[in-house]
Write a protein that binds this ligand. Structure first.
Ligand SMILES: *Cc1c(COP(=O)(O)O)cnc(C)c1O
Length: 427
C-alpha cells in the first residue's frame, strides 16, 4: 500500500481479504481467543509470537483499522485507543513519567491542556507551554535537561493556529527528544506531519476521521524514525528491560519501527485499558473510506463561508487559515496546500449579546460542542462551554465574548450561507 496515494489508502488500506473472505472489515466482537495448548498461549504472552489473546491488549478489527491509519500517515506502527484523550495521554506517558518535563504548544485543544496542566502535572510530569509563534530564543529556553518530548497540533482546536512543524521538529531533535503532533483537524489527507519531521502522530478519530458523530476514538501512529537508543538514559522505558514484561527490552526486540507502539500496547493498554471497541473501529473505518472526499468538501464549503463572512457588515473579524491575509495563511500554504479544515471562527459585531442572538437564528447549523461532523454545528463559547468566565477571563483564554466557532459540514454551501445570513439579520 505504501506506494499508493492517500485516496487509495483511505479506501483500500489496512485490509486485503483473501479468497472467499468478507469484503468488509469483519467486526471481531470477542473479548478472548482460543488456543489448543498453554505453550501456544505462552508464546503470545512472552511477545514471542504475534496473535490475539484478550481484546484489552489487541483486537483484529482494531488492528486492521489502525494499520490503515498507519499507512495514511506514513508510519511504521499504530494502535487505536478509546478516545483522543487516551491517545494524547498514552503518547506522552509512554516516554515521560514522574520527574520528567514536556514542552507543549499553548495553542492546543482545551481537553489536552487540562490533561497536561492538571492531571499529568499531578502525576509529577511538568509542562512548559510556549506560543506556537514564539521566538527561537523562547522555544530554546523552554527545554530542560529532563525534557522528554515536544507536543503540538497541526491546526489548533479552536484557535486555528497552523504549527510550524519543521521548526518544532528541529528544536525537539536538537535536544534529543521526539515531536508528537496531534493531527486531528488536518487529517492525513491534508497534512502528514511525519513528512515534515514529526516522530509520533496522534488523533481524535472522533472528529473528521469518523466524520458522522458516531463513535468516540483515538489513534497513535509512530514514524519508527526516532532513534531512542541514541539516548538510553533519557528513555529507559524503551531501552532497558521491562520487569513487568519478562525483562523484554522494546528497542532490542522490536526495533525502532515497533518499540514505541509495542510498549504502549503491552504496558499502558494492559494496565490502563483505554480500548476502542471493535464496533467503533468498524464505524471509524467506514468514515476513513470517504475521508478524502469529505475533507475536500469541508474545506471548499468553509472557504466559501469564510469569504462571505469576511465581507459581512455585521461580522467584526474572521479567522480561517485558507483566507488570504489570515495570520496563518502563509504557513497553511506550506503545510496545508490542499486545504486546512472545516472550522472557522468569527466575531459578531456587538459582542457577547449579539453573538448569543445570532445563535438563536440558526436553523441548519445545530448548537453542539462537537466539531468536524458531516452536519454543520456551531458554538458560542461565552454562553456555553466558557459561561462561568468573566469578559476579561474570556479574552485571556482566547475566546472573546463575540467569538462564534462554526464547524462547516457537507451541506450545500448556499443553503448554509442563507442560514447564516438569516441569523445575522436577527442581530
Ligand atoms: C476532540 C479533540 C481531542 C480529544 O479527543 P476525544 O476523542 O474527544 O477524546 C484531542 N485533540 C483534538 C485536536 C481534538 O479536537
Amino acid at each position: 500500500m505504501s506506494d499508493f496515494k492517500i485516496e487509495t489508502k483511505c479506501v483500500q488500506g489496512g485490509y486485503t481479504p483473501g479468497n472467499g473472505e468478507p469484503r468488509q472489515v469483519p467486526i471481531i466482537q470477542s473479548t478472548t481467543f482460543k488456543y489448543a495448548t498453554s505453550e501456544d498461549m505462552g508464546k503470545l504472552f512472552d511477545l514471542e509470537a504475534s496473535g490475539y489473546f484478550y481484546s484489552r491488549l489487541q483486537n483484529p478489527t482494531c488492528d486492521t483499522v489502525a494499520a490503515k491509519i498507519c499507512e495514511m500517515e506514513g508510519g511504521s506502527a499504530a494502535m487505536l485507543t478509546g478516545s483522543g484523550q487516551a491517545a494524547s495521554f498514552f503518547a506522552v506517558f509512554n516516554i515521560a513519567s514522574i520527574g520528567d518535563h514536556v514542552v507543549a504548544s499553548s495553542a492546543i485543544y482545551g481537553g489536552t491542556y487540562n490533561l497536561f496542566a492538571v492531571t499529568m502535572k499531578r502525576m509529577g510530569i511538568d509542562f512548559t507551554f510556549v506560543a506556537p509563534d514564539c521566538s527561537d530564543e523562547e522555544l530554546e529556553a523552554a527545554f530542560r535537561p529532563n525534557t522528554k518530548a515536544v507536543f503540538g497540533e497541526t491546526i489548533a482546536n479552536p484557535a486555528l493556529n497552523v504549527l510550524d512543524i519543521e521548526r518544532f521538529a528541529n528544536a525537539a531533535h536538537a535536544h534529543g527528544v521526539p515531536l508528537i503532533i496531534d493531527n486531528t483537524f488536518a487529517t492525513p489527507v491534508n497534512c502528514r506531519p511525519i513528512e515534515w519531521g514529526a516522530d509520533i502522530v496522534t488523533h481524535s478519530t472522533t472528529k473528521y476521521m469518523d466524520g458522522h458523530g458516531a463513535a468516540v476514538g483515538g489513534c497513535i501512529v509512530d514514524s519508527g524514525k526516532f532513534d531512542w537508543t541514541q539516548y538510553p538514559e533519557k528513555f529507559p522505558g524503551l531501552c532497558t528491560p521491562d520487569d513487568s514484561y519478562h525483562g523484554v527490552t522494546y528497542t532490542e526486540r522490536f526495533g525502532l519501527e515497533g518499540a514505541f507502539i509495542t510498549k504502549a500496547t503491552a504496558q499502558l493498554m494492559r494496565d490502563l485499558g483505554c480500548v476502542q471497541s471493535p464496533q467503533s473501529a468498524y464505524l471509524l473505518n467506514l468514515g476513513l473510506e470517504s475521508l478524502h472526499v469529505r475533507m475536500a468538501r469541508h474545506c471548499e464549503n468553509a472557504q466559501r463561508i469564510a469569504e462571505y463572512l469576511k465581507d459581512h457588515p455585521k461580522v467584526g473579524w474572521v479567522r480561517y487559515p485558507g483566507l488570504e491575509g489570515d495570520p496563518e495563511h502563509e504557513r497553511a500554504k506550506k503545510y496545508l496546500p490542499k486545504g486546512s479544515c472545516g472550522v472557522i471562527s468569527f466575531g459578531v459585531k456587538g459582542g457577547k449579546a449579539a453573538a448569543a442572538e445570532f445563535m438563536k437564528g440558526l436553523k441548519i447549523a445545530a448548537i453542539e460542542t462537537h466539531v468536524a461532523d458531516a452536519r454543520s454545528c456551531c458554538l458560542h463559547p461565552a454562553t456555553a462551554t466558557h459561561r462561568q468566565m468573566s469578559d476579561e477571563e474570556l479574552i485571556a483564554a482566547g475566546v472573546p465574548g463575540d467569538l462564534v466557532r462554526f464547524s462547516v459540514g457537507l451541506e450545500n454551501a448556499e443553503d448554509l450561507i442563507a442560514d447564516i445570513e438569516n441569523a445575522l439579520a436577527n442581530v
